[in-house]
Structures are given as structure tokens and as C-alpha cells.
Design a protein around this ligand. Structure first.
Ligand SMILES: [Zn+2]
Length: 167
């Protein structure tokens, strides 16, 4: 059963760094989300999922596994939470690509995810959207050991990605 969340969302305009096409994407409700609410964006089709972390066991599980991962030994809490934000979206079900918190929209013209600028439209524009509630059926079928190993893989990939971005 698929649940949907009815949202009024504010639009941001992003400009592609490669082809300079501009397009508008819903970002969050006017005034922002309540604590623990997120919108996840898919990196290959811009689809959105709604997540209420307070009602979702996966979010907490991933958080605990990230904190315990030995690769993060010696990092500050703020750095650990950055890593967590980069990996948590991967635990949610997706037909293609992966979901992420704070994932920049992909350019609808050329497919690039490099963003030249990404900003609020002034005066603000809004859209009413129905967003599917995030599910994590695949994740929930894994054993504890599989979950722990998968988190380790995601962290190692995310550290490499991050390194690439800084070059
Ligand atoms: Zn483009």
C-alpha cells in the first residue's frame, strides 16, 4: 500500500552548470518542514519522497549504524551527521537511481546534476503536490549483518564522492 502526502511546496529555480537551462523544483513547504520531516529527491529522475523520521524505524537504524561505523572514528559529531545525511536516502525503496536528502535536482534538459545556482524564486512561488511517503521494504528485509555491511559500503562510496567534489 502506497501512502501519499499532500503538500504545498515552495519552488526553487536551479540553473544547470553545463547547458544553463533553468527549471523550477519543489523544495519544502512554506516556512519549512517540522522537525524530523524531509523531502528526498531521486538523483536520476527528480522524483520526490516524503519522510517523517519520527515515524520511520529505518531512519533511526541507519543513524545508529553510521555512528557506530569504524570509518568515522575520530570524526566530530557534526561530520558524522553530514555523512549520515549523505547515506540515509539510499535505504529507501527506489525503482531507479537513489534518493537523498539535499540532493540537487538533475537538469531536465541535459541530465547533468551539476548546479550553477539553486535559489528561492522572488516573489515566492508555490505548488500543490502529492508526494509518495518513503518506504524501505528492501532495507527492512536485510539481516542486521547485511545492514551493517551495506552502511559500510555506502559510507566508503560517499567519502569517495565527497573527495571528487572537492577536487
Ligand atoms: Zn543541463
Amino acid at each position: 500500500m502506497k501512502l501519499w502526502k499532500d503538500l504545498k511546496a515552495q519552488l526553487f529555480e536551479d540553473e544547470c552548470a553545463l547547458c544553463h537551462a533553468k527549471h523550477k523544483e519543489p523544495v519544502y513547504p512554506p516556512g519549512g518542514f517540522s522537525y524530523g520531516e524531509f523531502m528526498l529527491r531521486n538523483n536520476s529522475n527528480n522524483r520526490l519522497l516524503y519522510l517523517n523520521a519520527m515515524e520511520d524505524p529505518t531512519f533511526l537504524e541507519v543513524s545508529n549504524l553510521v555512528k557506530k561505523n569504524p570509518r568515522l572514528n575520530g570524526l566530530k559529531e557534526s561530520e558524522k551527521s553530514e555523512v549520515f545525511q549523505r547515506v540515509v536516502g539510499k535505504a529507501y525503496d527506489s525503482d531507479e537511481g537513489q534518493y537523498g536528502i539535499g540532493t540537487f535536482p538533475m537538469c531536465v534538459v541535459c541530465g547533468s546534476s551539476e548546479v550553477e545556482s539553486y535559489k528561492e524564486i522572488i516573489p515566492p512561488e508555490f505548488i500543490n503536490i502529492d508526494v509518495p511517503v518513503a518506504t524501505s521494504e528492501k532495507w527492512q528485509k536485510l539481516t542486521d549483518e547485511e545492514k551493517k555491511n551495506l552502511i559500510d559500503v555506502w559510507i566508503s562510496v560517499s567519502v569517495i564522492d565527497n573527495h571528487k567534489n572537492t577536487q
